[in-house]
Write a protein that binds this ligand. Structure first.
Ligand SMILES: Cc1cc2nc3c(=O)[nH]c(=O)nc-3n(C[C@H](O)[C@H](O)[C@H](O)COP(=O)(O)O)c2cc1C
Length: 169
């Protein structure tokens, strides 16, 4: 699949079949995530692959939308603020930026394999931290429910025009 086809095919999937994702595909997804760039190459992130029944049910209860219940696996991306690069001058913390690129590599590699994902940030962060006993420095950034899409149609992309997002100077 060329890159243009890939970015056009990746979309938020909110209904999955119960089919488990094969181990070799999960491995490939994590290998692609591993190659993500990060500020000063500090790699201040982790991905928790949550598939055991009790933890999966518990993590699903941290996001109150019915559709998440169809996901056979949920990835949690965390960012560790104590490991991230802080820019001199304004001390900006790049945890979110690094974690977002890491997560994006996951969603794109998954899409290339025909596996659906959806970014979820509107979840109960404190409940997730408690459930996985995360340290104060490790912030849950996003959930990525993942699985084979129940509906294989690719919806049209609703996006701003190129003129609205590109500034030529
Ligand atoms: C940072 C971020 C947070 C998001 N949070 C949620 C969420 O909590 N729930 C949800 O259903 N979709 C969430 N989305 C998915 C967006 O709604 C979706 O990416 C956007 O509408 C574009 O659609 P597409 O992914 O199908 O191209 C999130 C996306 C991003 C990038």
């Amino acid at each position: 699949m060329d890159f243009k086809t890939l970015v056009n095919s990746r979309h938020s999937v909110r209904k999955f079949t119960p089919k488990e994702i094969e181990a070799d595909k999960l491995e490939l997804i994590f290998e692609s995530a591993q190659k993500a760039p990060s500020a000063v190459n500090f790699q201040p992130y982790k991905v928790y692959a949550i598939k055991s029944n009790d933890k999966l049910e518990a993590i699903k209860s941290c996001y109150h939308r019915e559709w998440i219940k169809t996901a056979p696996i949920i990835l949690l991306i965390t960012g560790n603020h104590s490991m991230a690069w802080k820019r001199g001058g304004d001390n900006k913390d790049f945890t979110d930026v690094d974690a977002a690129i890491f997560a994006d590599h996951i969603t794109l590699q998954a899409a290339e394999l025909g596996i659906g994902t959806c970014w979820v940030c509107n979840f109960d962060v404190n409940a997730v931290s408690e459930l996985l006993e995360l340290s104060a420095e490790e912030e849950p950034i996003c959930l990525l429910p993942m699985g084979y899409p129940a509906n294989t149609e690719i919806p049209p992309k609703k996006r701003k025009s190129i003129d609205e997002i590109v500034v030529w100077i």
